[in-house]
Write a protein that binds this ligand. Structure first.
Ligand code: ZN
Length: 497
């Protein structure tokens, strides 16, 4: 037994190669349960957990017994569940409304260690697993893969301050049920299917006609509650004329019913605390402060407690680039949205929040640092930047393929890059390739083609880029980590968290 512990201790110092292979040891992962000891290591084949001991934890982990010194445990789903059982810090948890949270979706399953290092000095909790159904489909990954990768990252980093897992932009009840059964701690309910998109284009008399179809009691309720009423929301005045009442009722009525149903069926009865976010952002209709107040006020009346709410802000929050629009108007509305959120006691949520550097300072200021902000693809762009710097040949092939297939992505993403502004690849020296990731159109080109690039295969069924891409990143973990610390760190710095 002593010799096993010695091996483990030596491993923790990063000095030992097993079976003559070079082994990288993740010292921060070292952990004990009674007399069993675990540490994460990586050899030429894979990352795995070395377990030493003879107790219940050791016995529970599945793996190949290594003669003389322990067990080689794969980063499998079943071993993740064992870690969850013995080490509560590896289980996703809810954070409520008293501290900021940041969604850090990790499309590759490689970014979380860098994300953890980034957020450590800030007043924010990481939601490490956050993947929309769209992203899962485009990358051929499952929700289980995402949750496993997050838990192993937390274990690897020895990060014990808690993390969350978001079932992101879920619309259907069957998906809600499934995500909750897997242990998510955060649910983002996407109500866009319940929000009407036709009201901006039809006439007032047609809108009134639609309203007449609602039950009389419902119409009376909305009139009595909102028509010609003044609401003082911590100094912000909100009122509604007749058309406002009708429009809000028609726009959000069904979404409110659905949210109430989901809350009372799934969130209130969940086995553990769940951060519940309602998103009304993925619609054509900009959420005015009055509409936001209407939705929030109705949620409270129905006994629905949300942790955060994502309005659709004015201007554009396109993926991977800075805010587009009138910053003065944005700040004015943001301030109102923040006041309303604070009044009702939940956090304002900012979606597509990566790279919005010009508006981060005002977001931080008006929310008093209590917000939820989602980022996703920006860590993929940082991975591409690392590839451009370290493996220029691979980058060049990906760049060409992305340009050829860009059109196909427009069915999933609303972005408007001018691809003509991207400097011709053949004129760039290798040293200049990483600079593409500073160029808006090139960023967006890569931002939306991730699924195509990571799943592209040649005629023999071999991946065109995926294997080389992962190999380069795996061999250069520290470069990727540093890139994330720099880029995501800039977000947190400007948000003032
Ligand atoms: Zn959204």
């Amino acid at each position: 037994m002593d010799s096993l512990v010695t091996v483990l201790q030596t491993l923790a110092e990063g000095k030992v190669a097993i079976s003559n292979e070079q082994v990288k040891v993740y010292r921060d992962s070292f952990t004990e349960y009674k007399k069993d000891k675990l540490i994460m290591v990586k050899d030429l084949e894979a990352k795995w957990i070395l377990a030493v001991g003879d107790g219940v934890l050791y016995e529970s982990l599945t793996g190949e017994t290594l003669k003389g010194y322990g067990k080689r445990c794969a980063l499998s789903h079943e071993n993740r569940l064992v870690l969850n059982q013995y080490f509560p810090y590896t289980v996703p948890q809810a954070f409520g409304t008293e501290i900021a949270t940041m969604g850090l979706g990790d499309r590759l399953g490689l970014a979380s260690p860098g994300h953890i290092e980034t957020i450590k000095p800030y007043r924010v909790k990481p939601i490490l697993a956050q993947q929309s159904i769209r992203e899962l489909t485009l990358t051929n990954r499952s929700m289980i893969d995402i949750l496993d990768a997050a838990a192993f990252a937390v274990f690897q980093e020895g990060y014990k301050d808690g993390y969350g897992a978001d079932g992101d932009h879920i619309k259907l009840e069957k998906d809600i049920e499934y995500a909750l059964s897997l242990g998510i701690s955060f649910l983002t309910l996407d109500c866009s299917d319940q929000i009407r998109n036709d009201l901006e284009t039809i006439s007032v008399s047609d809108i009134e006609g639609e309203y007449e179809k609602l039950p009389a009691a419902t119409r009376d309720y909305y009139y009595e509650t909102y028509f010609n009423k003044q609401f003082d929301v911590n100094g912000l005045e909100i009122d509604y004329d007749k058309v406002d009442v009708i429009k809000n009722a028609l726009l959000y009525g069904e979404a409110l019913d659905y949210t109430e149903h989901v809350y009372k069926t799934y969130i209130q009865n969940a086995e553990k605390q769940i951060d519940f976010e309602i998103s009304i952002d993925e619609t054509e209709t900009i959420t005015s402060p009055a509409a936001h107040f209407f939705v929030a006020n109705e949620l409270i009346r129905r006994g629905v407690n949300v942790t955060s709410l994502a309005p659709r802000f004015c201007g554009e929050f396109q993926k991977g680039i800075d805010y587009i629009g009138d910053i003065t108007q944005f700040e004015k509305e943001l301030k109102a949205h923040a006041i309303i959120s604070q009044y009702f006691g939940y956090k304002l949520s900012i979606h597509s929040g990566s790279d919005k550097f010009s508006v981060f300072p005002s977001i931080g200021e008006h929310t008093n640092g209590l917000l939820h902000i989602k980022t996703a693809g920006t860590n993929w762009l940082e991975a591409v930047r690392v590839i451009a710097a370290i493996n220029p040949e691979l980058y060049r092939r990906m760049h060409v393929h992305a340009l050829e297939h860009f059109e196909e992505t427009l069915q999933y993403y609303h972005i408007t890059p001018n691809l003509d502004t991207i400097a011709p690849l053949e004129e760039q020296t290798d040293e200049l390739l990483p600079a593409y990731m500073n160029h808006d159109a090139a960023r967006q080109l890569f931002h939306v083609t991730y699924g195509i690039l990571l799943t592209a295969k040649n005629d023999q069924g071999k991946f065109l880029f995926k294997d080389a891409f992962f190999q380069t990143l795996n061999e250069n973990e520290d470069a990727y980590r540093q890139a994330l610390v720099k880029h995501i760190g800039k977000h947190l710095e400007l948000l003032g968290l």
